[in-house]
Write a protein that binds this ligand. Sequence first.
Ligand code: SF4
Ligand code: SF4
Length: 99
Amino acid sequence: MSGTAAVVEKPKTYWVAPISYPAPASSGKTGLWRTERPVIHLEKCVKCLYCWLYCPEDTILRREDDYVYVDYDYCKGCGICAAVCPTNAIDMVPEGGES
Ligand code: SF4
Ligand code: SF4
């Protein structure tokens, strides 16, 4: 078939979808407005690191021995870490409550 089809040129610019990674907020400390905070009971922790993996703010931090602790300056108190912990080692407590 003889062709008169138009030649479609490739676009000169390709847009690449931005990839973002969880990171502490660049401004403002969430501890100023958080209503609840996670308290980790290390005696129940089995070092599975689910909390570290799922925290959307990257505020579960790992010690050298793989136990975890919370960066309370930037934790927003969402409770995801407590929800995913398989041993219920994390309690969400009201600010000003149990430490
Ligand atoms: S409460 Fe939310 S922001 Fe804070 S450490 Fe847990 S998962 Fe991260
Ligand atoms: S999810 Fe629970 S058991 Fe796993 S590392 Fe975090 S606190 Fe420890």
